[in-house]
Design a protein around this ligand. Structure first.
Ligand code: GRF
Length: 186
């Protein structure tokens, strides 16, 4: 199987996936890294690992539909069969999702359905919850919805700072995502 990783920023999860592919823990081919942001550090990580990259900016397209259609044609060109979102900060259109039925997954830093949205770690910390965690789920049009594939809890200790909690969550992400991808995409 050939899969693509989509990332908008740092690419910590991407790095963990690259490592798992190298170690053959993931048996599929990471054939493309895509980003909406030209300055995403994830793109640098991909280039360093000699993985093909494509970057398209939404502002260069008239509508979200046009943007997503352009991405889908890139995916077809690279013969991509699965799409792995890893810190991709845009919603996918229905047409995009229909092009990859049950073949698009996302990682979210909370125990969904709690703490949806872009500030899930901060929101759980400030609530304050005692437990939060990591969820991997199929992507549907609605944000952070879709069938749950895997979850792992992370305790919020009274001594945790927001930064400490974020580090704990990222550590779990970097284990759970490659492990889940290995079971799904082969
Ligand atoms: C992760 O916390 C992920 O769960 C969320 O965005 C963050 C991306 O981090 N969707 P990175 O770019 O993988 O380092």
């Amino acid at each position: 199987m050939r899969f693509a990783v989509f990332a908008s920023g740092n690419g910590g999860n991407l790095q963990a996936i690259i490592k798992a592919v190298k170690l053959k823990k993931i048996k599929a081919t990471l054939a493309l890294v895509f980003s909406d942001k030209p300055d995403a550090f994830a793109l640098e990580r991909a280039r360093k690992a000699k993985i093909p990259t494509v970057q398209l900016s939404p502002k260069d397209f008239a509508t979200r539909g046009e943007y997503d259609r352009a991405i889908v044609s890139v995916l077809k060109e690279y013969k991509i069969q699965w799409v792995v979102l890893a810190g991709y900060m845009r919603l996918l259109s229905g047409d995009f999702i229909d092009a990859y039925p049950n073949r698009i997954i996302n990682i979210h830093p909370s125990l969904l359905p709690a703490f949806k949205g872009a500030y899930a770690i901060r929101d759980a910390f400030e609530y304050p919850a005692k437990v939060t965690g990591v969820t991997i789920h199929y992507v549907v049009e609605e944000m952070d919805a879709g069938k749950i594939i895997a979850q792992e809890p992370v305790r919020i200790d009274p001594k945790d700072t927001l930064e400490k909690l974020a580090n704990k969550i990222h550590k779990v992400e970097h284990q759970l995502y490659p492990k889940t991808i290995a079971t799904l995409i082969k």
